[in-house]
Design a protein around this ligand. Sequence first.
Ligand SMILES: *Cc1c(COP(=O)(O)O)cnc(C)c1O
Length: 385
Amino acid sequence: MIPYGRQSISQADIDAVVEVLRSDWLTQGPVLERFENAVADYCGARYAVAVSSATAALHLACLAAGLGPGGRLWTSPVTFVASANCGRYCGAEVGFVDIDSEDGNLAPATLQEKLRRAGETDSLPQVLVPVHLSGRSCRMDEIRKLTEEKNIVIIEDASHALGGRYLGRPVGSCQFSDMTVFSFHPVKIVTSGEGGMIVTNNEKLHARLVRLRSHGITRNPAEMVGENHGSWYYQQIELGFNYRMTEIQAALGCSQMQRLDQFVERRNYLADRYDRLLSGLPLRLPQRHADVRSAFHLYVIRLLPGQGGKNRAQVFEELRRADIGVNVHYIPVHTQPYYRGLGFGDGDFPVAEAYYRDAISLPLFFDLTEADQDKVVAALGAILA
Ligand SMILES: *Cc1c(COP(=O)(O)O)cnc(C)c1O
């Protein structure tokens, strides 16, 4: 079976991990900082905080943004559940902004209208989580303009988009946001096994994120209440977590960062090749925008209704039977039973639901060969013929 995504591990990656295993530090050592610096430098952001997963990163980013009970977080319905769950972890209410059917990202025009209505009923969100679906940046300049002067913290969920660019800058520069979150799960662009990171240009947010990552404990006397007992002393000044990343994970991630440009280059090459090979089939292919360079975490095709005479489920199952490990991204979050239990249901976000009905993610990863890609294209051609 050709999977839809998988990691690429080099000898250098293996050597880096082994080196850590022979060192003094398995966690909280020097490699973590090296990994953080590598990502911050790549993105052109001032600070980076590595954590155990992007889910943990989103949770901490929401807490650092001040989200809590009575607050609201809005995100896209077409994303992995973690982009919404982070709001629930904080006890906040979650809302969704329907997507642009073209790129699958939350639609600025829909956001504008939803903000207008929320403004009238005094129910604006404190946090907005735009998700760069498939690795394609949202229109962040428009999103920032719409939320400016409304006290809304923007946390980019860039789990798909490390190595992507927007308006000439790397995703993660935080030019139009307060924080950006990356995932290092094995199917993502760069892996650390499990892992996540938050980048920001804001010193206060950075300090808070570092503290929350490790139990809410500080060793900085300036942050302490009352007297400092001595150099052993620490204080827990708020409720944090153990969301730390190990040195073993950081070593893998840090080593992988050296190939990030190669990873994204290859993914774009294969995506362009899919475009050419699939151009004759009754499909909607991913569009390109002059402002955006996608990291191409996913290559999502959309079936055109009525053509090929088959629905998505049929095409999907036939591809799987041909040993093509296709996938679907995503089941709209608001239709998950948990979110239905909070009052959401079918028809709430019709563009997202339509997107879900005809989307299929084709195999796309660094080590995918052209021969395997040809196999995917041939299978799809035969199924849609
Ligand atoms: C993978 C993913 C996450 C969660 O990442 P983990 O590192 O597995 O916690 C969050 N959001 C999106 C959009 C993702 O694709």
